[in-house]
Design a protein around this ligand. Structure first.
Ligand code: ADP
Ligand code: ADP
Length: 226
């Protein structure tokens, strides 16, 4: 776990400013949600934290470490996308284990982690299946499992539930919340769904046109729940 601090981050693509004046600090273990209209810069912020984009200017810290020039693979950050992109020829267990094998974890640790992750996401009975033998919700749980198996310091989710139907979205959202309560990994979550933001967030960052419009607790953003 680690705090995440952005200091005056800006990202320009040619002459388009995607984000600017982005400054906030997420305390260790909190769950923050980025909201705002399409094109406001949510994904650019996540991808910059992940190291998939580089900031044009500004400073990005994970823990005490300035990571601007640290490649994605060395940032100890895991990211889940809306199109869960599991490896189709691998089983669920192999998908979950993949990132650990890449990082040369020993076989015993990998086995233990796969079992623990499968248990926490109710995937134990599916470990030998291939992705195409799973429902969309199950596939997305595997994608979450693959991301958390290596116990990253920071967990980034870009609209992870938006391809699921309404019931699965509710169930998976509840599972995500439980998972966060159990693991306490610092999490940054992009959505345009107000219910997701309300139920998951410690703090919500409202973006508009590449800038921060407001940061606050869900009640202060959306008003008190009835
Ligand atoms: P959001 O995730 O909120 O929909 P994005 O971060 O994807 O917003 O995009 C923010 C702005 O940056 C948009 O104007 C988008 O067109 C622009 N942008 C994002 N990625 C690129 C890119 N690779 N090249 C050029 N412009 C980009
Ligand atoms: P690791 O855990 O080592 O990041 P992954 O299998 O999760 O390994 O990802 C391998 C590469 O593929 C990473 O660079 C990651 O950013 C990218 N990736 C993983 N899932 C997706 C996805 N759904 N969409 C786009 N890129 C992805």
């Amino acid at each position: 776990m680690a705090n995440v601090r952005l200091e005056d981050i800006k990202r320009r693509f040619n002459n388009v400013t995607a984000i600017e004046d982005i400054t906030f600090e997420i305390p260790d273990g909190e769950f923050w949600v980025l909201v705002g209209p399409s094109g406001c810069g949510k994904s650019t912020i996540l991808r910059t934290i992940a190291g998939l984009e580089s900031a044009t200017s500004g400073k990005l810290f994970i823990g005490d470490r300035l990571v601007n020039n640290i490649p994605a693979r060395q940032r100890d950050v895991a990211m889940v996308f809306q199109n869960y992109a599991l490896y189709p020829h691998m089983t669920v267990a192999q998908n979950i284990a993949f990132g650990l094998q890449m990082r040369k974890f020993d076989a015993k640790t990998i086995q233990d982690r796969v079992v623990t992750v499968a248990r926490s996401l109710s995937l134990e009975h599916l470990l030998d299946r291939k992705p195409k033998q799973l429902s969309g919700g199950q596939q997305q749980r595997v994608a979450l499992g693959r991301a958390i198996a290596r116990e990253p310091q920071v967990f980034l989710l870009d609209e992870p539930l938006s391809n699921l139907d309404a019931q699965l979205r509710d169930d998976t959202r509840a599972e995500l919340k439980q998972l966060h309560q159990k693991l306490g990994i610092t999490t940054i979550y992009v959505t345009h769904d107000q219910v997701e933001a309300m139920t998951l967030a410690d703090k919500i960052v409202v973006l508009n046109n590449g800038r921060i419009q407001q940061i606050g607790e869900p009640q202060s953003i959306y008003g008190c729940p009835a």
